[in-house]
Design a protein around this ligand. Structure first.
Ligand code: NDP
Ligand code: 2IT
Length: 446
């Protein structure tokens, strides 16, 4: 990728000089800057007001020590992070990731992406993200609780329902949000439910938040297919991951008439020619917290293979729902060569830059994560609305709003792509940027 516009090239050089040790952040930044070239060229005030320099520099970045005691009595020390990237259109909003790979570059790439994603939802939420290098795998409930309490004791100083409202991401689901909320409430002595989203239904959570990201990915894909005279009906779908996003993408794709043939975790993938049994997967992952490999124990026709499915599985639609940089150039080539019609990014930044460039040049529908997976944070914002009005909406009400939001996101991305002569990748970046840019201009140099 290269930047032709001198202003954008200079900004990117500065980011590289300052943050050269954060490759995932640089990867997210250059894709957005490249998409913004026609916008910046059409509007000289963007450069005059330093909009892009300000956009790539977080408003605040907090790193802190998290000390806790494990079940054997040993003291453990982890690193905690929160990036408060941009608050032009609302309080910082974005998930917390607990995974050993978490460091500043992961938190900043996710926080940067979140600015545009949150803007695309049309709801009033700014961009933020956080997490820790804590690994929940193999930890007891008690250890997870101890860690969450220690993490929140420090994080509570930096968040609030009008400041910054975290939620889940990899390694952070309902159990973790419950422990985090309990500790927040204890520290601040307020039942301020809007400070976290993804809460349990008994203490301010929203119906359909659990399903929202995966369902939203499928609603977006349905719109893309519909716009091209096609549908999920009768299609085979290769999904990776077997966490929150993967499970509910599989549920909705199946409901929409597709056959989901794979799910995976970081060790390997299961292939079920009869279509993945999502109730069985929920039991394995949500109830037993076991590995996806166990799926084949109850399904004689299913197979388990170590590694990734990209070069081995033939499907009409690929939906990577696990983690970043999961599909590289050779994987992308294999997917296209197999005759797939679509690659839909459901995890955040699941394709490397080379893979994205390749897909964009091929005859395949390719949709970018910041638009596709925005349904999760959108329903998080609806959870905040319900907390503010002290009411809860039915599943059907929330799901209907989610569908409408995803339909609008697809239409807005497609319209921006058309107006600026691009595709869904540049359309998503431009449509997300324009609202943030207007708000930044109106609020002066801050
Ligand atoms: P979960 O923790 O529920 O599940 C993550 C899944 O991805 C697991 O199956 C996990 O396997 C796999 N995975 C994680 N890290 C790796 C890795 N390094 N290599 C291979 N597989 C890996 O997370 P979510 O489902 O919530 O998140 C999945 C993706 O979706 C992430 O990119 C997240 O940022 C994004 N996302 C999530 C949203 C949400 O609402 N939850 C909203 C929008 C985006 P294993 O158990 O082996 O680690
Ligand atoms: O990447 C994401 O959008 C999320 N992990 C969800 C964030 C949220 O605040 O619900």
């Amino acid at each position: 990728m290269s930047l032709k516009n001198k202003y954008l090239a200079d900004v990117y050089e500065t980011v590289k000089r300052r943050d050269g040790n954060e490759p995932e952040f640089l990867q997210a930044v250059i894709e957005v800057l490249e998409s913004l070239e026609p916008v910046v060229e059409a509007d000289p005030t963007i450069e005059q007001l330093g909009i892009i320099e300000r956009l790539v520099e977080p408003e605040r970045f907090v790193q802190f020590r998290v000390a806790w005691v494990d079940d054997s009595g040993k003291t453990q020390v982890n690193r905690g992070f929160r990036v408060q990237f941009n608050s032009a259109i609302g309080p910082y909003k974005g998930g917390l990731r607990f995974h050993p790979s978490v460091y500043s570059g992961i938190v900043k790439f996710l926080g940067f992406e979140q600015i545009f994603k949150n803007s695309l939802t049309s709801l009033p939420i700014g961009g933020g993200k956080g997490g820790s290098d804590f690994d929940p795998k193999g930890k007891s409930d008690n250890e997870v609780m101890k860690f969450c309490q220690a993490f929140m004791t420090e994080l509570s100083r930096h968040i609030g329902q009008f400041t910054d409202t975290p939620a889940g991401d990899i390694g952070v689901g309902g159990r973790e949000i419950g422990y985090l909320y309990g500790q927040y409430k204890r520290v601040v002595n307020q039942f301020a439910a809007g400070v976290l989203t993804g809460k349990g239904l008994t203490f301010g959570g929203s119906l359909a938040r659990t399903e929202a990201t995966g369902f939203g990915c499928c609603y977006f894909t349905r719109e893309l297919l519909k716009d091209n005279g096609d549908s999920f009906e009768g299609k085979t779908v290769c999904i990776t991951g077997s966490g929150n996003v993967a499970i509910y993408a599989a549920v909705k794709a199946t409901q929409l008439g597709a056959k989901v043939i794979t799910l995976s975790d970081s060790a390997g993938y299961v292939y079920d020619p009869d279509g993945i049994d999502t109730d069985l997967v929920k039991d394995i992952k949500e109830v037993r917290r076991a590995r996806i490999k166990e799926y084949v124990d109850s399904k004689p026709n299913a197979e388990y293979h170590e590694g990734k499915p990209w070069r081995n599985v033939k499907a009409d639609i690929f939906m990577p729902c696990a983690t970043q940089n999961d599909i590289d150039l050779d994987d992308a080539k294999a997917i296209v060569a197999s005759g797939a019609i679509a690659c839909i990014e459901c995890a955040n930044m699941p394709c490397t830059t080379d893979a994205v460039e390749y897909f964009r040049a091929q005859d395949i529908y390719f949709a970018p994560s910041k638009a596709v997976n925005a349904g999760g944070v959108a329903v998080s914002a609806l959870e905040m609305s319900q907390n503010s009005e002290r009411l809860s909406w039915t599943f059907e009400e929330v799901d209907a709003k989610l569908e409408q939001i995803m339909t609008n996101i697809y239409a807005n991305c497609a319209a921006a792509a058309k107006k600026y002569g691009g595709d869904l990748v540049s359309g998503a970046n431009i449509a997300g940027f324009l609202k943030v840019c207007e708000a930044m201009k109106a609020q002066g140099i801050v």
